[in-house]
Design a protein around this ligand. Structure first.
Ligand SMILES: [Zn+2]
Ligand SMILES: [Zn+2]
Length: 434
C-alpha cells in the first residue's frame, strides 16, 4: 500500500510528449524573460534591506505581482507579500517561498550592481530567490493553461533575523501564525536557496566543492540543523585587582565554563550525533585592575535531533551550575530555540527529482550531505510536505566562488534560469500528481 501511494504521487497523468512540450515552452519563455529578470535581480541586489526593513523590496514584488494579475496581499508578518495565481483549471494549491532580506555585510566585489546601501548586502542570494519566484509568477501567468490548480507565492521577510534584535516571532513563523498556510491550504511547499559551496554526498574530504550554475543540490531528509541562540551571564564579585581573593573573578570562571562547554561535544554526547556549540561573543570587566563582576557570552547551538537538543541544553545548565557553584559565582542562561531543522519530505523529494533530472541532466542533480546551517523554511515545511533545494551559483571563470554570508559572495545570473525552470517543473508536476 505504501508503495502504491508513492507511485501515485510520483505519477504524472500528462503524457511524456505533453511534458516535453511543456518543458520546451517553459524553457523558451524563461529565455525570453531572462534579460528583464537580470534587471530585477540587479535592482534588488543594489538596494538590499535588512530583516524586517524590506519596504522597497516588498513594494517591487507587490507591484510586479499586481501587474501580472495575481491576488496580492501585503503587510504579512510586517513586510511579507502573499499572492495567489489561479491556473486554467481547478485543482490543488502548491506554495513557493522566497525570502527577501539581506545581511549587515559590506560588499567587496566590484560589480556594476553592487550594494548602494552602505554596510548592507545580499550576501545570502535572497535577491536571486525573489527574482526566481517573480520569474515563476510571470512564466505561469503566461501559461495558465499549464497550471492545473493554484500557486501560492510566499515572499518572506526576516529570514536572517536574530533573536538579539527581535523579541517575539518573525519571518516564516509569524507568516504561518498569520494564516498564510490556510485558505487555500497548499498540498506542498517548495523553496530554493542559492549555494556556491557544498559537500556532495559522494565525497568525504573537506575540500572545496562548487555547486555550479545549472546544477541543483538536494538532501532527501534532514537538510540542515536546529539553529538556536543562547545568552549567558556569569556573575562574580568585584574586588581590587590586587586582592582577587576578596572577589569572585567572573572572567576566570567564564574561561573555565567556555572550555567545559566544549566537553559536551567531545566527551558527553554520542559521537554520531552532529552537534556544534559555538561562543560567538564575550564581554565583561570594567578595567585592568578590577576583578570583573560580570561576563556575558553569546553563542549558537546546532543539532539535528530535537530530543538530543534538549539533552544538550540540560548539559549546558549542569556545567554552568557546577562551575559557577564551585567558585562562588552564579549564572543565568537565556536559551532560544530559534529555527527547527528542515525535514524535506522524502516522498515529495522522490516525486520531484525526476523533473529536475529531466531538465538539467541526472549528473547535474547532486545529492548533498546536510549542513549545520539554519533556515526558517522549516516552519512552512512543518505544516505541509516541503522540499527545500539548492540552485548552484558558482562559476570559476567569472570569479564567483565565495560562500554565502561573506563580502565576496555573488551569484552567476545564469542560475536564475535554473531556478525558474526548477520551480515551474516542481510546481506543475506536483499539481498534476493531484
Ligand atoms: Zn543567510
Ligand atoms: Zn539565505
Amino acid at each position: 500500500m505504501k508503495h502504491f501511494s508513492l507511485l501515485l504521487l510520483g505519477a504524472c497523468p500528462l503524457l511524456a510528449a505533453d511534458i516535453a512540450t511543456r518543458d520546451a515552452l517553459f524553457a523558451k519563455s524563461t529565455e525570453e524573460m531572462f534579460p528583464a529578470l537580470v534587471e530585477i535581480r540587479r535592482d534588488i541586489h543594489s538596494h538590499p534591506e535588512l530583516s524586517n526593513e524590506e519596504v522597497r523590496t516588498a513594494a517591487l514584488v507587490a507591484k510586479k505581482l499586481t501587474e501580472l494579475g495575481l491576488e496580492v496581499k501585503t503587510g504579512v508578518a510586517k513586510h511579507g507579500v502573499v499572492a495567489l495565481l489561479k491556473g486554467s483549471s481547478a485543482g490543488p494549491c502548491v506554495a513557493v517561498r522566497a525570502d527577501m532580506d539581506a545581511l549587515p555585510i559590506k560588499e567587496l566585489r566590484s560589480v556594476p550592481y553592487r550594494s548602494q546601501n552602505p554596510g548592507v548586502m545580499h550576501a545570502c542570494g535572497h535577491d536571486v530567490h525573489v527574482t526566481c519566484a517573480l520569474g515563476l509568477a510571470e512564466l505561469l501567468s503566461k501559461h495558465r493553461d499549464q497550471v492545473h490548480g493554484s500557486v501560492k507565492f510566499l515572499f518572506q521577510p526576516a529570514e536572517e533575523a536574530m533573536p538579539a534584535t527581535f523579541k517575539g516571532d518573525w519571518g516564516a513563523k509569524l507568516m504561518v501564525a498569520e494564516g498564510v498556510m490556510e485558505n487555500p491550504k497548499p498540498v506542498a511547499v517548495f523553496g530554493l536557496h542559492t549555494t556556491a559551496l557544498v559537500q556532495p554526498a559522494d565525497t568525504t574530504d573537506d575540500g572545496v566543492h562548487y555547486l555550479k550554475a545549472g546544477q541543483i543540490g538536494f538532501t532527501p531528509g534532514i537538510d540542515n540543523a536546529n539553529s538556536d541562540r543562547f545568552h549567558i551571564i556569569i556573575r562574580g564579585k568585584m574586588a581590587h585587582g590586587s586582592t582577587p581573593h576578596k572577589g569572585v573573578d567572573a572572567i576566570a570562571v567564564s574561561a573555565e565554563a567556555i572550555m567545559a562547554l566544549q566537553m559536551i561535544k567531545s566527551r558527553q554526547t554520542n559521537t554520531r550525533q552532529p552537534l556544534v556549540i559555538s561562543i560567538g561573543t564575550i564581554s565583561g570587566g570594567d578595567r585592568e585592575n578590577i576583578i570583573a563582576e560580570k561576563v556575558e557570552l553569546g553563542g549558537t547551538v546546532r543539532t539535528y535531533d530535537s530530543a538530543f537538543r534538549d539533552g544538550v541544553i540540560e548539559q549546558m545548565h549542569r556545567i554552568l551550575k557546577g562551575i559557577t557553584d564551585a567558585h562562588g559565582a552564579s549564572y543565568e542562561m537565556e536559551y532560544r530555540k530559534t529555527y527547527p531543522s528542515i525535514l524535506n519530505d522524502p516522498k515529495l523529494v522522490e516525486a520531484t527529482l525526476p523533473s529536475f533530472q529531466r531538465l538539467f541532466g541526472a549528473e547535474n542533480v547532486v545529492k548533498l550531505i546536510p549542513g549545520m546551517g539554519g533556515e526558517d523554511f522549516s516552519f512552512f515545511a512543518q505544516v505541509v510536505p516541503g522540499f527545500y533545494f539548492r540552485i548552484g551559483v558558482a562559476n570559476e571563470e567569472k570569479g564567483i566562488t565565495a560562500g554565502g554570508h561573506t563580502p565576496m559572495f555573488d551569484c552567476d545570473e545564469e542560475s536564475i534560469k535554473t531556478g525558474v525552470q526548477a520551480l515551474a517543473a516542481a510546481v506543475c508536476d506536483r499539481l498534476d500528481a493531484k
